[in-house]
Design a protein around this ligand. Structure first.
Ligand SMILES: [Zn+2]
Length: 280
């Protein structure tokens, strides 16, 4: 499943190929993805020029002239694939194809069809049902130790569950919540309201840091964010704790035979990975 850093690399990969370009042809090959596609979807996109591309949480926002924005979520298996020339045969799960005036095409491929596309009036974007409940962007100016402490102070859930709440921080996801708690040295079981002051500062810093490092790794592993096969934005991760149950902690010299190392527990039906020595 694409996490926030992948979505950010997709956005950066799309920019040089879409920004300022006109969508000369849009091919819609099925009526729905996770939800029905908007009425006259292809017709409304065709002939529009792309003004800019941004990200909000894990949503890709393609701002168009004419006052509408294309909102796109990759869901579980959605991929955007760049074809420099739109001549190659389509694959069965290529559901939407955007062709620009240069002859390049961006294909939205999604085998499981949990992806989302919608067309929204740009000036009403903030009140869209998928965006209106989102809290601060983890990489934005409104997210820091103070704002994080304020939104945690009345929460009696675990800090891990709080980090997955989109109102606390938008688009973080399970993997990066685990990683951020590790680098902040906070137990995933700790009650959220106890994360105040220096702990909140450390956690806000760790959230930004794990995301920025993943984005930097993604950018450096891809030639300007596009892979050789045209796929945008996926890359190999190296995690400190995520999916590393029973392996040695990268920070401690723990004895694996004595039961040390990374542990896994289940919180709100999601796996949490953590080091019980480092994280308190
Ligand atoms: Zn450790």
């Amino acid at each position: 499943m694409p996490e926030l850093p992948e979505v950010e690399t997709v956005v950066r990969g799309l920019r040089p190929h879409l920004e300022g370009r006109k969508l000369v042809r849009v091919l819609q090959r099925r009526p729905d993805l996770r939800f029905p596609l908007p009425e006259n979807f292809a017709e409304r996109l065709q002939g529009r020029r792309v003004l800019g591309i941004d990200r909000r949480a894990k949503y890709i926002l393609v701002r168009l002239d004419g006052g509408e924005t294309l909102l796109c979520h990759l869901g579980m298996s959605g991929r955007l694939v760049l074809a420099p020339n739109n001549g190659e045969p389509l694959e069965p799960h290529d559901h939407v194809v955007f062709e620009t005036e240069t002859g390049a095409a961006i294909r939205f491929n999604d085998a499981r069809r949990f992806g989302i596309m919608d067309l929204v009036a740009s000036d009403a974007l903030a009140s869209h049902k998928l965006l209106c409940h989102l809290g601060p962007e983890p990489l934005g100016n409104r997210f820091d130790g103070k704002t994080l402490a304020a939104s945690l102070k009345d929460r009696r859930t675990s800090i891990k569950a709080a980090l997955l709440d989109q109102k606390v921080v938008a688009g973080l996801g399970n993997i990066y919540a685990c990683e951020a708690l590790f680098f902040a040295g906070l137990s995933p079981r700790r009650r959220a309201y106890t994360v105040q002051g220096g702990r909140a500062e450390r956690l806000a810093w760790a959230v930004r840091d794990v995301l920025l490092r993943a984005i930097a790794a993604g950018g450096s592993s891809l030639r300007d964010y596009v892979q050789a096969d045209g796929e945008l934005g996926y890359f190999q991760h190296h995690w400190a704790v995520y999916d590393r149950e029973a392996q040695a902690c990268p920070d401690c010299t723990c004895d694996l035979r004595a039961g040390g190392g990374i542990r896994r527990l289940v919180q709100s039906a999601r796996s949490t990975f953590y080091c019980p020595t480092r994280q308190r």
